[in-house]
Design a binder for this molecule. Structure first.
Ligand SMILES: Cc1ncc(COP(=O)(O)O)c(C=O)c1O
Length: 349
């Protein structure tokens, strides 16, 4: 049955790599409007070598996941928030917005068409969905494109923590991923190009990723690699950097609400000074990829600051992780509007 996971894919051992699926979506914006879009099998695109996305970084993308529930149905987690964030990215780079309905229909149709690639519930893996928009067409000067391509591809990806939630370590980098008043708060390719080098250095030195400091003063935490940073204060509040150059994470928005509504905690956006880390009893990185990565330690100027523990997970981080992933996989009832349910009987094509 096409709605069941493919038996011969080793869902338990998948990494974060691209395994081809059967269907992807593509739509073109031309002469001031979007076409209807199509589902297609070919996962390559042919565009002009002079496209603005290739030379001037006029492109943006999103990342979200579909999760298999224990009853076999599939859930999307807050895809409307990804639609809104893509619209903000489009606005910043002078690209036409993808209307929310068009975005949601494209994502849902790609998931339904590729149901057999949505990993089984027990594997704790998921289907990663990548909507993207590119400036295309013939162009030479630095100016916005006259045509755009909106696409959605997907691939099954493995559980981030294969043998259970475990802390990871970060190092502070002196490089920036985004400039003050630049594009750090939108999800555009240029930010990620700038992050490859510091990420590589962190990896070579045995860290999961690097901590970026605020680009103006380099005294406060901005982001934790390609994830948002949060910490738990000694008085039990969940705090996260107050910064205009971090990407507003949908996972962060969700764990702040979970902390308040499920755990009765106070939450706040505030400055997190890198020389005052002893105020925090737990810390973590949050994002779609891992949900929450507990941070064991951060290396700052050659010294290692340990939060809760290098080997164990703090109690608040563990509760946040369990509730968030419980909602994502359908074990815990979701707050109103968070989950888009795709019944396994709804197969298209
Ligand atoms: C730079 C950056 N920060 C934060 C996040 C986390 O955002 P979300 O929770 O929406 O995945 C991501 C991932 O999309 C990211 O790339």
């Amino acid at each position: 049955m096409a709605n069941e996971p493919i038996a011969n894919l080793d869902f338990k051992n998948l990494g974060f790599t691209y395994t081809k699926t059967k269907w992807n979506y593509l739509s073109i914006w031309k002469d001031g409007k979007w076409d209807d879009g199509v589902l297609r099998n070919e996962d390559t695109i042919t565009i002009s070598a002079t496209s603005t996305c290739l030379h001037y970084g006029q492109e943006a993308f999103e990342g979200l996941k579909a999760y298999r529930r224990a009853d076999g149905d599939i859930q999307l987690f807050r895809p409307d928030e990804n639609a809104k964030r893509l619209q903000r990215s489009c606005h910043r780079l002078l690209m036409p917005e993808v209307p929310t309905d068009k975005f949601l229909n494209a994502v849902k149709s790609v998931v339904k068409a590729n149901q057999e690639f949505v990993p089984p519930y027990e594997s704790r893996a998921s289907l990663y969905i990548r909507p993207y928009i590119l400036g295309i067409g013939d162009n030479m000067g630095v100016k916005p494109a006259t045509q755009y391509l909106f696409g959605v591809v997907c691939t099954p990806v493995g559980a981030y923590f294969k043998s259970g939630l475990a802390p990871v370590n970060f190092m502070v980098t002196d490089m920036d991923r985004a400039a003050p008043h630049g594009t750090g708060d939108v999800k555009v390719g240029g930010n990620y190009g700038a992050s490859l080098y510091p990420h590589e250095i962190a990896k070579e030195r045995g860290f999961a990723d690097c901590i970026y400091l605020d680009p103006t003063t380099h005294t406060k935490i901005d982001e934790a690699g390609a994830a948002n940073f949060f910490a738990i204060t000694r008085d039990g509040r969940l705090v996260t950097p107050k910064s205009s150059s971090v990407l507003p994470s949908i996972t962060r928005m969700s764990i702040m609400q979970i902390a308040e509504d499920y755990l009765g905690m106070k939450t706040a956006f505030e400055d997190i000074f890198i020389d005052r880390l002893d105020q925090y009893v737990e810390a973590g990185a949050c994002g779609t990829a891992a949900a929450i990565s507990p941070i064991g330690a951060i290396e700052v100027n050659g010294k290692t600051h340990v939060f809760h523990s290098l080997t164990g997970v703090g109690p608040v981080t563990k509760k946040l992780y369990d509730i968030l992933t419980g909602i994502q996989y359908g074990d815990i009832e979701a707050p109103e509007g968070w989950v888009y349910w795709i019944k396994k009987s709804e197969i298209i094509k």
